[in-house]
Structures are given as C-alpha cells and as structure tokens.
Design a binder for this molecule. Structure first.
Ligand code: NAD
Length: 270
C-alpha cells in the first residue's frame, strides 16, 4: 500500500473532514505530509495524532509531518506556507487543494462579502496554491501533481449555495485548463468530486436522523459517503497508478451524478 513512499505532500484545510482523511491516507501510503490549518496549530492536532498513528502502521517508513498555517485566500500567507514546506523538506511533489467553505442563502439576498469570501477560499485559494506548486514543480526535475477537492456541484446546480456552485464549476475549468497548460511538463492536475460525505461541513444533517434519511434517500447507493472513501481516490490520483491521467474529475458520490430521478424511465411513461 506504500504507493506514495518518499513523496512530500501538502494538504490544505486538513484539520478536519476530508482533508484530514487525505492526510491520514497519504501517511498510510508512506508520504511525508504537511498539514495546513487556518489559524492556530491546535486546529491540526487531531490530524497530526492520526497521521502519527498511520506512520506507525507503515513499518520502516521514517516519514515526517509538519503543521503549516495559511488562509489559502491570502497570497502572502500562501507564499509563506510554500516557502516553509519547501524550505524544510527541499521539495514538494503533491498538492491537494482541499480547503473549502460554503454559505447558505437565497441568491437575491446574499451579501457581496459572503459571495466573495466563498470564491476567495474555494477558487482563488486553489489557484494561489496551484500557482506556487507549479512554480516549484517547474523549478526542478520530476514534475508533480495537484488534486483539487471539487464537488458534484461542479456540474449539478445548488440553489441557495450560488457562490459554492460557482466556485466548484470554476474549479472544473481550473483543473482542465492547468492540466492542458502543463501536461507536457510532467505535471498532472486532476480533481475529485465528492457527493454527500459525513464531515463537519454537513453538520446540518449528519447527526439529525430524519434529515440524514432525507439526504440519503436522494443518493442512488442509499447512503452518505465517508471521508476515507473519498481520500482513497486522492491517493490513487496522487500515485503512479494514475500516471497517465490528467485533467479529469473522478466523482466519489454514490451515483449522485447519474440523474437519480431517471431511475424510473418516467419520461417514457414507465
Ligand atoms: P470541513 O469543514 O471539515 O473542511 C474544510 C476545511 O477547510 C477545514 O479544515 C477548514 O479549517 C479549512 N478551511 C476553511 N477555510 C480555509 C482557509 N481560508 N484557508 C485554509 N483552510 C481553510 O468540510 P469537508 O467536507 O471536509 O470539506 C473539504 C472539502 O471537500 C471542501 O472543499 C468541500 O467543498 C469539499 N466537499 C465536501 C463535501 C461533503 O459532503 N462533505 C462534498 C463535496 C465537496
């Protein structure tokens, strides 16, 4: 399982949820993991503990981790984060753009600052981090890989979450455009599109049995996904097993992108 042995990975927003599961999975695969947190290092303590446990399961790995602060929407903080990671380890091989937020509200009532904030974190943040990673990848031999945490909402509209939906559809073209631009430089750029996953971003329904039932009723596989199931796709895309894949989004969504309402051929009267 040590597909990422010797690789140095940076996972943004990895204090919780899917980012945490990616950090742990990468550690299980033998990578050194830089755990990005937003404000204070205590946010990332739980992830670090789990990463250390993962290192213990990988015998003779000698793996390292580091905690690194940055608000990914801020250029100066992103630059500092990259110089800390590259300064300490000399090299970065894998970037995961995972940090993300959403804000609910009817589109006509949304405050501009809320709209801007979601785009700043989810889209500008992914661009800023990708830019730093690509500059580094181009500065030395061996290329590198970037994996974006997108969403099923890169294609499915999400009423009352306009900025989120726009940020993720923007991420689709961020992935494809950068992939094409750097395909001949040994740099692969892909995305994962999770569906409804049990993480803090979904605190509105994960612990509410009735609401959770309602959510899961819309999912063809009949259940929400786990962060670990999503992290497994990141590990695949980061590894040499995906060496000929670039510019793609793999959905980990239990079938949500399959137009679940068409399970019955209602349009043909069945
Ligand atoms: P989460 O709230 O647990 O994780 C978000 C992480 O991003 C947190 O650790 C938070 O501290 C960090 N973060 C927020 N703003 C930041 C900033 N400005 N700079 C750095 N870090 C910041 O939720 P999650 O579900 O694990 O979300 C992770 C990613 O997965 C997001 O991009 C989200 O859009 C995406 N996603 C989640 C689901 C789902 O159902 N949970 C579905 C599709 C996509």
């Amino acid at each position: 399982m040590k597909r990422l042995e010797g690789k140095n990975a940076l996972v943004t927003g990895s204090s919780t949820g899917i980012g945490q599961a990616i950090a742990v999975r990468f550690a299980q695969e033998g990578a050194n993991v830089a755990i990005n947190y937003l404000k204070t290092p205590d946010e990332a303590e739980a992830t670090e503990t789990l990463v250390h446990e993962a290192f213990r399961t990988v015998r003779q790995c000698g793996c390292k981790d580091m905690l690194v602060q940055a608000d990914v929407s801020k250029e100066d903080q992103v630059k500092k984060m990259f110089s800390e990671v590259i300064g300490k380890w000399g090299r970065l091989d894998i970037l995961v753009n995972n940090a993300g937020i959403q804000k609910a509200g009817a589109s006509h009532e949304t405050a501009l600052e809320d709209f801007d904030r979601v785009l700043a974190v989810n889209l500008r943040g992914a661009y800023l981090c990708s830019r730093e990673a690509i500059r580094h990848f181009l500065s030395r031999e061996g290329g590198g890989t970037i994996i974006n945490n997108s969403s099923v909402h890169q294609t499915i509209p999400k009423p009352k979450y306009l900025s989120y939906a726009i940020s993720k559809s923007g991420m689709a073209n961020l992935t494809r455009t950068l992939a094409l631009e750097y395909a001949d430089k040994g740099i692969r750029i892909n995305a994962v599109g999770p569906g409804a996953i049990v993480t803090p971003i979904n605190r509105a329904w994960i612990d509410e049995p009735d609401q959770r039932k309602e959510v899961e009723a819309h999912i063809p596989m009949g259940r929400a996904g786990t962060a670990e199931e999503v992290a497994a796709v990141f590990a695949f895309l980061a590894s040499r097993d995906a060496s000929y894949i670039t510019g793609q989004t793999i959905y980990a969504c239990g079938g949500l992108t399959l137009y679940p309402d068409f399970r019955r051929a209602w349009s043909s009267g069945e």
